[in-house]
Ligand binder design. Sequence first.
Ligand code: GLC
Length: 487
Amino acid sequence: MDIQEWEQRHTDAFYNVKKSLPYLEGMFVAYNSNIDAIKHLTDEDLCRLMELFDEVDIQKRVETYPREINEPLDFMARLLISMREGKAAEIPTHTSDIHEWLKAHLGFDYARMGGQAGIISNLLARLELKKVVAYIPWLSEEQADYFAASDNLLHPKLEDGKVVLKPPKEAFKPGIESKVNWIFEYSRGLEVTCNGNNFTVPRDNRLIISSRPKWIRLDMDREIYEQLESLYPIDGAMLSGYQMIKEEYEDGSTYKDYVSHSVKVIEKLKALNPELRIHVELTSIQNRVIRKAILTEIVARHVHSLGLDTVEVANALNVLGHEELSYSVIRKEENGITSLYHGAVQLLKDLSLERVHVHSLGFYICILAKGHPLTLKEHRDALLFSSTLAGAKALTGDIENLDEAAAGLEVPVSGKGIEDLENFKLYCVGKRLCTPEEFEFGYLYGADHNAVIIPSKVVEKPKSTVGIGDTISAGAFAAMLATMKQK
Ligand code: GLC
């Protein structure tokens, strides 16, 4: 693959999409937003933390692989696991004890908008979409401050029984507490020793400790649901946060109640505009029952598009009964990308989707159901646009407007990404998914699907890695919808 060619394609795509974006009337974004307390872990921080524990205890806890944080040792164990693999993970905690402990023993560097829906709303507003309607069921006064203060970003509010759209700062629910997540970022190359075992952190990534206060409910206020049409015109919806659903609640309700409410919202969104497209952005979901329910009951048959990373593809395949494929995606040997491709195709089929967008470090794969109204070139432009946004986000930490997003064009296309795709080419040509020429364009033609693959822009030393996946998915989805509207 010719790297210069891909640089040029990024530039052309950026300006093509920029011209299409004004064709979008509006995007609905729900449900999760929180405040991220971000701490970049240095060598010293890590030493200080390790000293608080007995290394034998840490090692033992690592082996139990805690899926919730109940005490500081659970946190330490999951941090080491995440660093050892260089893999992002998000682990829930249901008490505020760990929050207090972290404040006392570590502290954070800075706070900013967190949660997929929060990050996506701000991004889309700054890309100057005509209208972005965010909906956060637990919007607190403090949280509202983290939303971009621009006229195109609105939130529904109930006034005298009527739903109206207001800037988030005028739409919060008084008296609500804020949800704060801790983000521990670490850099590639950090040396870690625990109980005689050494490893070097293989890539920049982070561990998230997600606070799940008891009162949090992934649901839509009744009045808003009943007057959903007041949010329109809307061309698309980007939904996320379903990982917040719990198996059982103290009031006797269960995940089934919240799953069925979620599906009703999706059905109503589509009923109000049959052309509307829905994207779900996945994240790490520790609870397997919930992970499966989200995929098979909310996503399958109801939504059009799914966005996720490599680890999430493996985790999704695992609960859908494709264990072997799941392991080969995670093992990432030389045929890792081939497994990833098959995994993504499997998700498209199992979940009856129109589109599956996988973002990996250095390249993206987008699987498309046959018959999609856009050409592969148009889909490719959407992906390339999002790769430029990801570059800008990693470079600056946040994208303030469309002009600033163009800074991402300066970020080079990943050499490693090109190399990975070169290896994949042999497989694709061998299996007649494409000719060598078609592969150079990034186009694959399967029997029951098509696909687009692109090498992506990667910042050598990112300012932050949180929210890059959200940026990629939102950028590409918005670009795709805008192009569909333009046609
Ligand atoms: C999840 C986390 C949130 C983080 C976001 C980034 O939503 O809960 O803390 O900001 O992912 O993608």
